[in-house]
Ligand binder design. Structure first.
Ligand code: HEC
Length: 145
């Protein structure tokens, strides 16, 4: 009985030693192989160019294409004419002196301000949400002609 137990113990100890060795030698093996690619794996994502490395005069700056401002007529036709051509809900009509005269008296900059914020049934920016302030102004100038 005592003998049987010690044989079992020895077998277990051997299995453990062989298993541990196999385990670690496998790790060592893997890391050895990986060392060959370590430079590739840890290289930085970008590279720093120092002064003089490249001739900056040969590098073209990205061309910035500023969106061309639409004309007052374009903005009016696209966004304002639906209401202002016929005077929907009391909108001052296109080029109608009687409708515009009292408003023009307040000054163009005030009209621009009101058109941007909206008033009553007049929606903010006259629904032209991507219009710049100057495009709104151009559209108003086109309407009050
Ligand atoms: C949905 C209809 C509608 C659209 C679209 C619209 N308007 Fe108007 N607008 C109105 C109405 C209604 C009024 C009158 C508001 C009031 O006086 O109460 C008005 C008034 C104005 C006024 C006079 C504001 C004032 O202070 O008296 C300006 C300027 C104006 N609109 C500019 C524009 C411009 C520019 C656009 C297009 C970019 C535009 N509107 C699009 C309905 C519209």
């Amino acid at each position: 009985m005592y003998f049987k137990n010690s044989v079992a113990a020895i077998i277990i100890i051997f299995a453990a030693i062989i298993g541990t060795k196999a385990f670690f030698s496998d790790l060592i093996h893997v890391s050895y192989n990986d060392n060959l690619t370590v430079v590739e794996r840890i290289k930085p994502l970008g590279q720093v160019y120092l002064a003089g490395d490249i001739d900056v005069n040969t590098v073209k700056a990205p061309v910035k294409t500023a969106a061309k401002a639409r004309s007052g007529e374009e903005v009016y036709t696209a966004s304002c004419s639906s209401c202002h051509s016929v005077g929907v809900m009391g909108a001052p009509k296109f080029a109608n002196k009687a409708d515009w005269a009292p408003r023009v008296k307040r000054g163009i900059s005030d009209l621009v301000k009101v058109a941007i914020s909206g008033v009553g049934a007049m929606p903010p920016k006259g629904t032209c949400m991507d219009c710049s302030d100057s495009e709104i102004k151009a559209a108003i100038e086109h309407m009050i002609k």
